[in-house]
Design a binder for this molecule. Structure first.
Ligand code: MLT
Length: 248
């Protein structure tokens, strides 16, 4: 049986440990939720970039692309869109390349470039993602992005829910079991998945910035059936092709 393990921060990754494995990068609030939503809303691809200056240069070199992202949760000066999934409407982004830089999520993606395959995970695309991972039958590392190099509860909850859903097809090591216990415990203690996500530090910060709809939306299982796939060779994230009945 293939294995599933997890890291609470990308900084905990052992670069060689990713080789031959599938990395699932998780930034529930909000980068990987936004990426799945943008692709589901018709963007051609998302180009994740670690720095603001790098994003400006890449957007400049890709005519018709949109410069998007955040620092401190807020859209930087001169950017077209921030990092709220709600901004990524089909009218604005259909058939456009999205050049995206975020504080933690795009950095985590870049740190996984040694993996055999890289997908992004969130709670909204949990069902489609787990359907794909189940069929692939490969060793998985769940990579939580964290917030400003600190562990994020919402990412650990998503990792735990993935480990829970893959329990019949993947053998969880202690790190994945820990995430699973954390997810089940937080949901039980808070009364619901939505309340558990809302109890996290970063959720509270986003609510203070006026993004309470993003926090609510990020907790909706099944809201999105797109599974983003990152190819470090092209630098692009595009929707993965999904096997039939992958929305389990
Ligand atoms: C990040 O990548 O740091 C986040 O997505 C921040 C945010 O909530 O915009």
């Amino acid at each position: 049986m293939p294995t599933i393990s997890a890291v609470a921060l990308p900084d905990h990754l052992d670069e060689h440990g990713l080789r031959d494995k599938v990395a699932v990068v998780i930034d529930v609030l909000r980068a990987t939720t936004t990426i799945a939503h943008a692709l589901a809303s018709g963007a051609t691809c998302v180009v994740p970039v670690a720095s603001i200056d790098g994003a400006r240069m890449i957007a400049h070199d890709r005519p018709g692309s949109l410069l998007c992202g955040e620092r401190g949760g807020v859209k930087p000066e001169g950017f077209t869109l921030g990092n709220s999934p709600l901004e990524y409407t089909p009218e604005l982004i259909h058939a456009r390349d999205i050049v995206l830089t975020t504080t933690n999520g795009t950095r985590a993606l870049q740190m996984c470039s040694g993996a055999a395959e890289i997908y992004t995970g969130s709670i909204t695309n949990l069902s489609a993602l787990c359907g794909l991972l189940r069929v692939q039958q490969r060793d998985i590392v769940l990579v939580c992005s964290g917030t400003d190099r600190m562990v994020s509860l919402e990412d650990c909850i998503a990792a735990g829910l993935i480990a829970q859903r893959l329990q019949t097809t993947h053998a969880a090591d202690d790190s994945a079991m820990l995430m699973r216990h954390a997810a089940e415990g937080a949901i039980d203690r808070c009364g619901s998945l939505e309340a558990a996500i809302a109890s996290s530090f970063h959720a509270k910060r986003l609510v203070d910035l006026g993004f309470s709809d993003d926090v609510r939306g990020a907790a909706c299982i099944g809201a999105c059936s797109c599974v983003p796939h990152f190819d470090p060779a092209t630098g692009e994230i595009r929707p993965a092709s999904l096997p039939n009945a992958s929305h389990a």
